[in-house]
Design a protein around this ligand. Sequence first.
Ligand code: PBG
Ligand code: ZN
Length: 322
Amino acid sequence: MYSRPRRLRRTQIIRNLVSEMKLDKDMFIYPYFVVPGKGVKEPIGAMPGISHFSLDELVEDVKAGLNFGVNKILLFGVGNEKTEDASSAFSWKSIVVEALKLLKDNFGEELFIATDVCVCAYTTHGHCGLLKDGYIDNDLSLEVISKMALAHGRAGADMVAPSDMMDGRVGAIRKVLDGNNLTETGIMSYSVKYASAYYGPFREAADSSPGEGDRKSYQMDFRNSGEALREAELDEEEGADILMVKPALAYLDIIKEIKQITNLPVACYNVSGEYSMVKAAAEAGFVDEKEIVLENMHAFSRAGADIIISYHTRDILEKGWI
Ligand code: PBG
Ligand code: ZN
């Protein structure tokens, strides 16, 4: 026997030497849920370890996170007024606009802020677009979605992250941003977003469940992968800066395929359901939290993700897991 692969696994030092990939602190983006009010830091039941923050508490928490390198965040606005036309989504008084202004005042370029752009938390019906005759009207939705992106851009967002899955949104947003001198505001598109049961805990957190029906007429069908490539190509053509795949764990094949067809950075979103399942299993003592989180994160990286959006970010960096 000449070849013995175990030689390269014998000690920790040699395993480190030959490891094909290393996780990097800079890869992670941490999501935050922002609510109106003061002094609010309210744990989200379905997502142990994650809370709703009012603006004052948000600043404190971000400040603490920066000490550990949590310097890239993704903002979600919760508790806004819900209307048929989603007008509070693009209002200059929206909670996300307020948060952007305050965070930029406090932290400037030390903090990179991406914002989720979607109207489901702002519509009475809870869909990611506007309803017309019982169907989500694509082109009508593009108008509010691009107005929302513009409000965020003006308030100082480094990147906007459209998660609605309407056709043509990246192009529409790019055009509106450019037309308003926001050529430096980036777009991290939720390019490949599947209709997924893994978003369950998030919908409690963001109060964004559709009242009637589901999201299958705009989010992708999990039986398909060719469609994922097409969505990614379209977003790239329309001017996206980063392509995202979501969810992550059950879609490692998709991450890998997207990475192979693009030269843009690829992000994956390790979503709420994936997070809550790990947390619940760890709390029950079925798995070791740190070990399983690191295994998952390495799987994303191995599949080709350059960027990982994860609720585990704070634990990983604060506890020094990498
Ligand atoms: C809003 C949005 C969702 C998520 C991110 N943006 C929910 C959905 O589309 O139903 C999911 C995030 C998560 O589950 O962690 N469109
Ligand atoms: Zn939505």
